[in-house]
Design a protein around this ligand. Structure first.
Ligand code: OSB
Ligand code: MG
Length: 375
């Protein structure tokens, strides 16, 4: 099919509660959405770059620039046969994975619709088994003002049915938090995410967590560092998971080669999209490295994409893919995603493409600016 037109939207949605991490606080969440048109079909993609360069160097502003001035012009008029062709067309731009992932997801959406398959079904065509129908999920809890509020928040999400809790940590808010959480919830699956806030010299903090039976510790050291994680790993007993520092399948290969991690959090956006995310998954599956699908507070568009990815066979750990209501009171996509409380899962969409539709009225209400690109 010929790619004829792209509509680009920069949106801002209020989060139900502020999300605080070691790199900052988010009250509203910005992102870009794009609609890719061809052969009478429309594919949607989400660029998870936010207003500030905290998690990634990309922002909604830089992604707007890269998409409008380089990426979108380079794909208009191209004939798309299979979705994995898209990322190759974007390769002349270095970096900017979050911007690229939006076009990559739209390509998966539109090509899956053409084939009458869900994205999960299309992604899984390369495996003996089909996609999982529901995937295990957990919840990621931002840093709370007090320890009591953290425990209340954990209890609240356990009551809702989430079986895995991730707590954000930062220097000065780490060991004691982990100890208190473990004491309050001795049987629960708890993990920590440091978002790169520590250095190798901080190893004793993580060694002191050895007996807390944590599921894993995510990205304790530098966002662009793989080597020091390989140095930290033999010093601690808690499984080490990488997030920020795995930006491609090659980086995953480097990490495995030097033993830098036990687990990888695969965020499709961070690795330029679903085609590359599946490569990371395949590498990990072949090397018996468990993976899970990370999140960036996605709208329903990105969340549908996360669920499709997490339906692949190697995703055996619960993902950061919570129900819509955990993020937004009202979202731009329908239907909303709900938690199956009995087994802490969310259903993988099974209708063609993403399996969600964008509510154009709602979209208009949250749009800060939009632009249209045609041949
Ligand atoms: O490090 O996993 C992270 C959100 C924004 C940026 C980085 C991260 C996160 C989360 C939230 O932990 C995951 C989610 O529920 O979407
Ligand atoms: Mg993380």
């Amino acid at each position: 099919m010929v790619l004829e037109r792209v509509d680009l939207y920069h949106i801002s949605q209020q989060l139900v509660s502020p999300f605080v991490t070691s790199f900052g606080e988010q009250v509203e969440r910005q992102c870009l959405l794009l609609a890719l048109h061809g052969d009478g079909l429309t594919g949607w993609g989400e660029c998870v770059a936010n207003s500030t360069p905290g998690y990634s160097y990309e922002t909604a502003e830089t992604a707007w620039h890269i998409l409008s001035d380089f990426l979108i012009p380079s794909i208009l008029g191209k004939e798309l046969n299979e979705p994995d062709e898209m990322i190759g067309w974007l390769a002349s731009v270095r970096g900017h994975p979050l911007a690229k992932a939006a076009l990559d997801l739209a390509a998966w959406d539109i090509a899956s619709q053409r084939d009458g398959l869900s994205i999960a079904g299309k992604l899984c065509q390369t495996y003996a088994e089909g996609p999982k129908e529901r995937v295990k999920v957990g919840v990621s809890i931002g840093i709370q003002p007090t320890m009591d509020q953290t425990l209340e928040m954990v209890q609240h999400h356990l009551d809702q049915g989430y079986s895995r809790i991730k707590l954000k940590i930062r220097p000065g808010h780490d060991l004691e938090l982990a100890q208190i959480a473990r004491e309050a919830f001795p049987e629960r699956s708890i993990m920590l995410d440091a978002n790169s806030a520590y250095r190798l010299i901080d190893a004793p903090i993580f060694q002191a967590m050895d007996d807390l039976d944590l599921l894993m510790i995510e990205q304790p050291l530098g966002y662009d560092d793989i080597y020091d994680h390989s140095q930290l790993r033999p010093l601690i007993r808690t499984p080490l998971c990488l997030d920020e520092s795995i930006v491609s399948a090659d980086h995953a290969r480097f990490a495995l080669a030097i033993g830098a991690c036990d687990v990888i959090n695969i965020k499709p956006a961070r690795v330029s999209g679903w085609t590359e995310a599946r490569k990371v998954h395949d590498l990990c599956l072949a090397n018996e490295i468990p993976v899970w699908c990370g999140g960036m507070l996605e709208t329903g568009v990105g969340r549908a994409g996360q669920l499709a990815l997490a339906s692949l066979p190697g995703f055996i750990l619960p993902g950061d893919i919570s129900a819509t209501e955990r993020y937004y009171a009202v979202d731009i996509a329908r239907p909303e995603f709900v938690l199956n409380a009995e087994d802490s899962t969310i259903n993988v969409p099974d209708s063609p493409g993403l399996g969600v539709s964008v509510d154009m009225n709602r979209l208009a209400k949250v749009t800060l600016r939009k632009a249209h690109f045609k041949l």
